[in-house]
Design a protein around this ligand. Structure first.
Ligand code: GLV
Length: 314
């Protein structure tokens, strides 16, 4: 709190343009004192942080934080940080992110479903060879993770006719989606699943899930889309599965090391589509309102809407 008794919010967003966020907060909450990471003022005055890609140790100085808000949906960069201790972490849940992810997942699934890479190769050789794809209703698409992003993606895929299977930690029902859970459920989901989308939160339980063992349980020639986190994927296992033909194609938006190194084989692999962690963006115009509403809740001694459950890790 500043000397006038106002709540203080620090924008510690690295690698994103903080300016539109500052404008949105200034409009929505003129009573909140906004600070930039370059001039945070006395650390003990900071009540809240909106955080993204904060370097290790970068939050240690702020000992009186009431909450840290993640600018993105994934909170793996905040949960368990020694410089945050027990500070409550709030996930970003915003329609702009979900909409962006639905668009990206539909685009990627349809690229695989409709052989976009094959036609690009044919065009380069001026080859006129049509290939009849199966109908969406005859194609099984699996979505790992049915949360705030996976749920809308699974529903949208079902909406355009795919046979959609979803995998969640716990049983749930989602219209048009056959839901599986647990280890046995994953095996059943993978059987006959020709296009697999990973939208899981990154936790110790889900790290490395996309590995040789999982690829072997997909039908030969399946496609993999990773929009979760790079650490979900064992990169060497994917390269081996692509080389053997077990996996026919992959669309990857997230990587173990970002930016992807210039000499990484994914860049030039003929069966891999690389995008630079750009599947979905949080738009300040809508998302800042969520943060402000939660600040108001916390100031009124209420619980913020999407508080991270540390035992689950998201
Ligand atoms: C992006 O990676 C996000 O977590 O929103």
């Amino acid at each position: 709190m500043n000397t006038q008794g106002q709540a203080v919010l620090l924008l510690a967003c690295f690698g994103v343009d903080a300016e539109p966020w500052a404008r949105a907060f200034a409009t929505l909450a003129p009573d909140v004192d906004l600070r930039g990471a370059d001039a945070p003022g006395p650390p003990d005055e900071i009540d809240y942080v909106l955080a993204w890609n904060v370097p290790a140790g970068g939050l240690r100085a702020y000992a009186r934080l009431k909450a840290v808000f993640s600018l993105g949906a994934g909170v793996d960069g905040l949960v368990g940080r020694p410089d945050l201790g027990e500070t409550p972490v709030v996930r970003m849940v915003d329609e702009s992110l979900a909409q962006g992810m639905v668009e990206y997942v539909l685009m990627s699934v349809l690229r695989h479903h409709r052989d976009a890479a094959l036609y690009a190769r044919q065009q380069a050789r001026k080859l006129w060879i049509p290939h009849r794809p199966p109908l969406a209703q005859d194609r099984v698409v699996g979505v790992l993770g049915l949360g705030e992003l996976g749920g809308p993606c699974a529903s949208a895929l079902a909406g355009i006719g795919f046979q959609v299977r979803g995998w969640a930690r716990t049983p749930r029902s989602l219209p048009g989606v056959e839901v599986f859970w647990g280890a046995a459920g994953l095996s059943r989901l993978l059987q006959g699943c020709e296009i697999l989308v990973c939208l899981l939160p990154l936790t110790p339980d889900t790290a490395g899930l996309l590995d040789a063992d999982l690829f072997a349980r997909l039908p030969r020639g399946a496609c993999v889309i990773n929009v979760g986190r790079g650490a979900h994927l064992v990169e060497a296992d994917l390269l081996a599965a692509l080389d053997s033909g077990q996996v026919a194609g992959a669309t990857l938006d997230v990587f173990d090391r970002e930016p992807l190194a210039a000499d990484h084989p994914f860049w030039t692999h003929p069966s891999v589509v690389v995008t630079p962690h750009a599947s979905a963006f949080t738009h300040p115009e809508s998302a800042a309102a969520k943060v402000v509403a939660d600040i108001r809740r916390i100031e009124a001694s209420r619980t913020p809407t999407h508080l991270v459950d540390r035992s689950r890790g998201y």
